[in-house]
Design a protein around this ligand. Structure first.
Ligand code: EPZ
Length: 430
């Protein structure tokens, strides 16, 4: 049943929220549990539709899975199959992380090639090029990719592409290399904290990895991996989203459990925009609305994260002057701009750059979410808008934010989740 969010803007958000575990760390780590026949216990796993979907895929592969309590998953992949069908893969691109785990465990994989999505084409050419560099035989036909890694061996793999490195591509090569004989050196590796957390997890399983968090990662193949217990890192994108919620409402929000070191580029831009930011060992606080237009360029980590671009665009709507956002990771990731314009924003998109002319009065309107981070950005703008906003297609939001509207309400927002039928006549999409 389709659900919508109704938001009445104008409330200041104040208080503290506890950040959940990282979606983009949990998904590759869940895939990596297939690398061993032994039991794995994961803690601080976020309660998201993408996580539940990855669990469903692991069960399809043959893993035994239980959830003794919220946030804790116990997984044991005693015997698994190497095929992953299209009807599972097409629903979530991150299922591509299974490739590296299946190659690492079974020396073979067969998976439908994941499609694109609204934020842009989501090719996996770099993933496949990396596996070929390890001596895998990769064939692609009828929308299926088949990998034969019987004779793979460690080698040097270059993971850079036209948009920089690839996060899940790096994760796949690391997972495949853990049991590939010899030394694998990954050049132009992704440096995201989520890749580092995957490596921390794999090392607990007995993998031999060094250089994680730098552009060069080395993996020495071992015969097999064993079970372990792991606590997923906090979600830096969720943390950044709530900090914007505090700033966009001229409020005062503290995110507990967040690691400020994972958000340096983003916090730097928040401060440049005039928001007061304080950080401690396990919290980040943002208060006061922005006052300055800034220019941001999204880049692979440690640059400004593309996953906080839409939220930052919403924030810049409050600021007089011209801000610019240049997307160097997903050049067409501006679906949210058109919906923000329905709320009164003035934004002009020219290829990979969006110019935001801020300080226009924002008014509530019925808007449509198009993807995960766009849905958060629309809600953030609605918090600052005058009047009532209805955000449709909330399923996008539930992929990556745990109980978002409940937690915003706890900070003082006037927001509720309703069935789509509750919308005023004529608002609902056909
Ligand atoms: C991960 O996606 C994240 N998802 C994305 O978060 C995030 O936006 C992205 O990294 C960039 O940070 C997960 O970790 C599950 P990429 P991923 O491969 O790995 C191009 C969210 O909102 N490319 O690093 O799929 C690609 O087209 C999601 O939580 C190739 O050209 O991203 C893109 O332009 C959205 N060939 C750029 O590289 C390839 O083989 C970065 O993609 C692979 C990627």
């Amino acid at each position: 049943m389709l659900q919508v969010a109704r938001i009445q803007g104008g409330r200041k958000l104040q208080g503290t929220i506890h950040v959940a575990g990282s979606k983009n760390a949990a998904l590759p780590i869940l895939a990596a549990t297939l690398l061993t026949t032994e039991k794995v216990v994961l803690h601080n796993v976020p309660d998201l539709s993408d996580v539940r979907f990855m669990v469903e895929i692991l069960q399809h592969q043959g893993a035994e899975i239980s959830q003794p309590k919220k946030g804790i998953w116990i997984i044991q992949a005693r015997k698994i199959i190497h095929r992953t069908p299209y009807d599972l893969v097409r629903k979530m691109r991150a299922s591509v992380c299974l490739l590296g785990a299946l190659v690492g465990r079974l020396r073979q994989a067969e998976m439908a090639i994941p499609g694109g999505c609204v934020i842009g084409p989501r090719p996996i050419d770099l993933h496949l090029k990396g596996l070929e560099a390890l001596g895998c035989i990769v064939s692609v036909e009828n929308g299926l990719v088949t990998i034969d890694a019987q004779h793979s061996k460690g080698d040097t793999v270059f993971m850079g592409g036209p948009m920089g490195s690839t996060v899940t591509g790096t994760a796949n090569i690391i997972m495949a290399a853990t049991t590939t004989p010899g030394m694998t050196t990954i050049e132009s590796a992704a440096q995201e904290p989520e890749v580092v957390d995957l490596c921390t997890f794999l090392i607990k399983m007995g993998a031999k990895i060094s250089g994680q968090g730098t552009p060069t990662i080395k993996v020495e193949g071992v015969d097999s991996l064993h079970g372990c217990e792991h606590f997923i890192i906090p979600d830096r994108i969720e943390a950044g989203t709530y900090l914007v919620a505090g700033a966009i409402t001229d409020g005062d929000v503290t995110v507990k459990g967040a690691n400020a070191n994972h958000l340096t580029a983003f916090l730097d831009k928040l401060r440049e925009a005039g928001v007061q930011v304080e950080t401690g060992a396990d919290y980040i606080r943002a208060h006061g609305r922005p006052s300055r237009a800034v220019e941001i360029v999204t880049e692979p980590y440690p640059g400004f994260p593309t996953d906080l671009q839409a939220q930052f665009m919403a924030l810049q709507l409050l600021v007089d002057g011209r801000s610019t956002i240049t997307e160097k990771v997903y050049p067409s990731r501006f679906m949210h701009a058109a919906e923000l314009q329905r709320m009164g924003a003035e934004i002009s998109v020219d290829g990979p750059t969006a110019a935001v002319y801020g300080d226009r009065p924002l008014s509530g309107a019925p808007v449509m979410a198009s993807d995960l981070r766009a849905s958060a950005a629309l809600i953030l703008a609605a918090l600052a808008a005058k009047g009532e906003t209805w955000v449709q297609r909330l399923y996008h939001l539930d992929r990556g934010y745990e109980h978002f509207e409940e937690r915003l309400r706890a900070l003082g927002a006037d927001i509720e989740r309703l069935p789509a039928a509750a919308m005023p006549k004529g608002f609902a999409e056909d």
